[in-house]
Design a protein around this ligand. Structure first.
Ligand code: MG
Length: 373
């Protein structure tokens, strides 16, 4: 990697892996992390997990896999312009949703409710648990044994009482420090990606309309421009052309505002980054426009009655699965039964969280429909 800033994360200054491994020949430590994430089974399961639309609702909607790839693309573009470590942002971006339950936030909320007497469930902590514990692939360690910097980026947020139990990656939540700029980029790229692809998927599904979006300044300004420049353009192309301009506007704004924020600090290395305020950010004006877009999506898409119906079904599936496995541990597949010896509830949560949308639906049918085996 050429031309990288002194305050970028670098494998040479890494706080290392939990289990020591010799440096990989021919690739950097952060590349190795990225490669391990891609080869993990949790990563492949992202293909059949969704955030807003359930998998069987259509083949063109984003899944968590395509979402994560879009996050990585946006994050790498920003990292390259800011001369930061692209391999690290890519690894964090690809791993950031590994711990998500089936059925998006409805699934996470339901599982959290089920787990309230057993330490709760939080997808972000679960992503870390996947890479630290749950992946069973390597001879010498559980999990993927990723570098500290990748794990730190995966753990976006964390309550103080949880942070106390997490060792090194929990420290910054107790010491009021920031993660690397690479982690900050992945975090913001996540938001840029989902706000924009949810507009796209929302329009494609017909749950929101272009007329409704006229109230969103960030969207309507670009829409007007596109329509003026290309009056004959077919609607799908108008939508895509508008969204691509929105993404570009947001990304360009993050780059220029972050450059400004960085230039106002004296950053000699990554430890100065950790002690500085959050530096990867939108300008105040863009932040306001972005908030308007988010509010629109919440009110019109995430709370659309058809989405609410699917969410209600999802919550029922997750809580009934949880209760069935909690009620009788012998219903668990043998490999989870073994894990249940330590904490029955946590083993059930790991099993349920790891399910894809369609697997959860099938497993629910297998447990509750008498005609299924
Ligand atoms: Mg995400």
């Amino acid at each position: 990697m050429h031309n990288i800033s002194v305050y970028a994360a670098s494998p040479a200054c890494s706080r290392g892996r939990r289990v020591h491994e010799d440096a990989p020949p021919g690739r950097s430590e952060f590349q190795r992390d990225r490669d391990r994430i891609i080869h993990s089974s949790a990563f492949r399961r992202l293909e059949y997990k969704t955030q807003v639309f359930v998998n069987h609702e259509g083949d063109l909607f984003r899944t968590r896999l395509t979402h994560s790839i879009e996050v990585a693309q946006i994050a790498r573009s920003i990292a390259r312009r800011l001369k930061l470590n692209e391999d690290l942002v890519e690894g964090i971006s690809l791993a950031h949703d590994l711990g998500h339950t089936p059925f998006g936030h409805a699934g996470q909320d339901a599982l959290n409710d089920c787990m309230k007497d057993y330490g709760g469930f939080e997808h972000n902590l679960q992503s870390l648990r996947v890479v630290d514990v749950l992946e069973e692939r390597y001879a010498n360690f559980d999990g993927l044994n990723l570098c500290f910097e990748t794990r730190e980026g995966i753990l976006k947020h964390c309550a103080k009482e949880k942070a106390l139990q997490l060792g090194d990656v929990g420290e910054r939540f107790l010491n009021n420090q920031r993660p690397s700029l690479e982690a900050q980029i992945a975090n913001l790229a996540d938001e840029v990606a989902y706000n924009n692809h949810d507009v796209d998927d929302g329009l494609r599904s017909g749950l929101i309309t272009l007329d409704q979006l006229a109230s969103v300044r960030l969207f309507s300004a670009h829409l007007d421009e596109v329509r003026k420049s290309y009056p004959e353009l077919a609607e799908r192309r108008v939508v895509h052309e508008t969204i691509r301009r929105m993404i570009n506007t947001l990304v360009t704004d993050v780059i220029s505002q972050s450059e400004k924020n960085i230039s106002e600090q004296t950053l000699r290395d990554i430890s100065d980054v950790r002690n500085a305020p959050t530096l990867i950010a939108f300008s105040p004006h863009m932040q306001e426009l972005n908030r308007e877009l988010k509010t629109f999506l919440r009110d019109n898409l995430y709370r659309h009655y058809l989405v609410m119906r699917m969410s209600a079904k999802a919550r029922r599936i997750i809580s009934e699965l949880f209760q069935a496995f909690m009620g009788d541990h012998r219903l668990l597949p043998p490999q989870f039964l073994h894990a249940a010896e330590q904490s029955h509830a946590r083993a059930v949560a790991d099993y349920v969280a790891g399910m894809t949308d369609r697997y959860a639906i099938r497993e629910h049918r297998r447990l509750f429909a008498v005609e299924e085996i």
